[in-house]
Design a protein around this ligand. Structure first.
Ligand SMILES: Cc1cc2nc3c(=O)[nH]c(=O)nc-3n(C[C@H](O)[C@H](O)[C@H](O)COP(=O)(O)OP(=O)(O)OC[C@H]3O[C@@H](n4cnc5c(N)ncnc54)[C@H](O)[C@@H]3O)c2cc1C
Length: 310
């Protein structure tokens, strides 16, 4: 049995939200410890180019940006611990956090375990992320100026992404496995009336073409089994939902219907002293800058909370 460590502030998750919270926490003298989890640096480490994070006019790749955030935390003496949280006990204080390498007791926690885009599960889907496969039109749409792209999905997010992409792209296919959309009527009308959008109903992507870069897709009509090769598609935006990483907190914190952690405007959850920031509590924006902003605010609020305790 590992020794129980007493901590002032434990941050669960080492993506933009958690690392920014650590920068603010460290500078405020809260001696934060960050439990980095299975993906140190967070989901953006798999992205090759980021053009929308302020301060980098030439763009920066995801791994390098997160490496800089990690260095900044280390320089400020924030402690980064490369362990994965396996269980939490938030029923009463002090709160208990069990990882694959240790046990931590604390009165103040920031949860920033992020979210993961749902994958289609196609062969080489992960390898082609950043080389034609994307889960975020706001992030990557501008890389496909005047090209043909496709969006997979039939809900509001897919419809919004498709509409957004028409601003840059020559043509946008929407590939939906049913014969009607689930989205709101106004969005449905908007995509149906847009001359740049072609909707492929009852259709599913079966294969990704191209070696190192997407150079087409094979789509199958699920009613008649007919397969079509779309040779001109260079970008495939998969918009079939996000899964917040909240399994650990199911019986410990209030979650929304979609599984996101519910917080008040000051990022406090339904448990006193437990805050949440970033993609894990934000179903709407899911950006590096907004996650980092939420992490900063949560750390400021955590500091105020610790002051009140003392
Ligand atoms: C391919 C791709 C491209 C993107 N491009 C852009 C872009 O260009 N611009 C932009 O602004 N946004 C982009 N995004 C979105 C952006 O990456 C996210 O909004 C942002 O990373 C969210 O930060 P976060 O800290 O909330 O969560 P995440 O980055 O998801 O980090 C979550 C952290 O929690 C940790 N964790 C999870 N489970 C546990 C556990 N059990 N124990 C301990 N730790 C745990 C993980 O290890 C990780 O460190 C992109 C996303 C993807 C997937």
């Amino acid at each position: 049995m590992t020794e129980l460590q007493q901590e002032k502030l434990v941050i669960i998750g080492g993506g933009p939200a958690g690392l920014t919270a650590a920068i603010y926490g460290a500078r405020a003298g809260l001696a934060p410890i960050v439990l980095m989890g299975p993906e140190p640096g967070g989901q953006i480490t798999i992205s090759s180019e980021i053009e929308n994070f302020p301060g980098f006019p030439e763009g920066i790749n995801g791994f390098d940006l997160m490496q800089k955030m990690i260095e900044q935390v280390e320089k400020l003496n924030g402690r980064l611990v490369y362990e994965v949280v396996e269980q939490v006990r938030f029923a009463q204080k002090p709160y208990l956090i069990q990882t694959d390498g240790g046990q931590y007791q604390t009165e103040t926690v920031i949860v920033s375990t992020g979210a993961s885009p749902r994958k289609l599960g196609l062969l080489r889907e992960r390898d082609l992320i950043g080389s034609g496969i994307s889960y975020c039109a706001t992030c990557d749409g501008a890389f496909f100026k005047e090209q043909v792209v496709a969006v997979v999905g039939g809900g509001d997010v897919a419809l919004e992404e498709a509409y957004y992409l028409t601003k840059f792209c020559a043509k946008v296919y929407i590939i939906h496995r049913r014969d009607q959309f689930r989205g709101t009527q106004i969005l449905i009308e908007r995509v149906k009336n847009n001359p740049k959008i072609e909707i492929l109903w009852d259709s599913e992507v079966k294969e990704l073409l191209g070696e190192n870069k997407l150079s087409g897709i094979i789509v199958e009509n699920n009613r008649n089994g007919v397969q079509t090769e779309l040779k001109d598609v260079r970008g495939l935006f998969i918009a079939i939902g996000y899964l917040p990483n909240t399994d650990l907190f199911k019986n410990e914190l209030e979650l929304s219907k979609k599984g996101y952690i519910v917080t008040d405007r000051k990022y406090m959850t339904n448990k006193e002293g437990i805050f949440a920031a970033g993609d894990v509590q934000d179903p709407d924006y899911r950006q590096i800058i907004t996650s980092a902003g939420a992490g900063a605010a949560a750390a400021i609020e955590a500091g105020r909370y610790i002051d009140r305790l003392n």
